[in-house]
Write a protein that binds this ligand. Structure first.
Ligand code: ARG
Length: 246
């Protein structure tokens, strides 16, 4: 049987069709979110997301171009076709989902706290930080920003462009706590022993997904089936072990 004219028109417009014609997958990511997207010593963007994106490009038979994009402009960059997809540890939220489509989650994380060691025993959970005497630092426009505004609205909130600037505020004694995604905090705490205390119980539920432009069922179909495939065939586990247990 023949595909209908409207099926063909959809495929003609699909970003997946464009990627295949171009011979390159263009990914928006922001380096700085360990271990998902970060810079190696030579300045290349590497990480869990990058390895998944590379395996995906290989399955498509195309090259890959990772385009470093500031976090607060990353959805606009996708919407104006500066890239085909955001693969950058992005939490699937209802607000973002009104603007972009998300694949099925590829991992689930949550917010945790890096606390000043001075507050050991005084602050035991995010609830204790909901107090005007505390200053919290985090990244502008990240789900941590929204979580602090929601659950710790009484505290003073200082926002920074990057994760590392915000976390450093605790190390330098300018903030009482840094709120961020658990994987980042776990690595940061291990690298800064004695300088921060990790309260590692997640207080939010955050499935992370890849974001694409709306109205593209062919691309979405490929992506979700690709994720299911690599979760089942060991590829995902291998990449996971490299970055989370390595
Ligand atoms: N999961 C958080 C969010 O969606 C933080 C992601 C930050 N990602 C990055 N590549 N800097 O807001």
């Amino acid at each position: 049987t023949l595909a209908s004219a409207s099926d063909n028109a959809l495929w003609e417009k699909s970003t997946l069709n464009e990627i295949l014609n171009r011979g390159e997958l263009q990914v928006c990511a922001e380096a700085g979110y360990m271990p998902f997207d970060m810079r190696d010593k030579s300045g290349n963007i590497v990480g869990f997301d990058v390895d998944i994106a590379k395996s995906m490009a290989k399955a498509m038979g195309v090259k890959i171009d990772i385009r470093n994009t500031a976090w607060d402009g990353i959805i606009p960059a996708l919407l104006t076709a500066k890239c085909d997809i955001i693969i950058s540890g992005m939490t699937i939220t209802p607000e973002r989902n009104l603007k972009v489509n998300f694949t099925d989650p590829y991992i689930v994380v949550g917010q945790t706290i890096l606390l000043s060691p001075k507050l050991q025993g005084k602050v035991n959970s995010y609830r204790d930080l909901n107090d005007a005497k505390y200053t919290i630092a985090t990244k502008l426009g990240a789900t941590s920003d929204y979580a602090v505004k929601r659950y710790m609205s009484k505290a003073k909130l200082n926002l920074f462009e990057t994760e590392s600037e915000a976390a450093l505020e605790v190390v330098n004694g300018n903030a009482d706590a840094f709120v961020y995604d658990l994987p980042y905090n776990a690595i940061y705490a291990a690298q800064s022993k004695g300088k921060v205390l990790h309260l590692d119980e997640s207080f939010t539920f955050e499935p992370l997904g890849f974001a694409i432009r709306k109205g593209d069922p062919d691309f979405m179909n490929f992506l979700n089936n690709y994720l299911a495939q690599i979760k089942g065939d060991g590829t995902y586990d291998k990449i996971y072990q490299k970055w989370f247990e390595g």
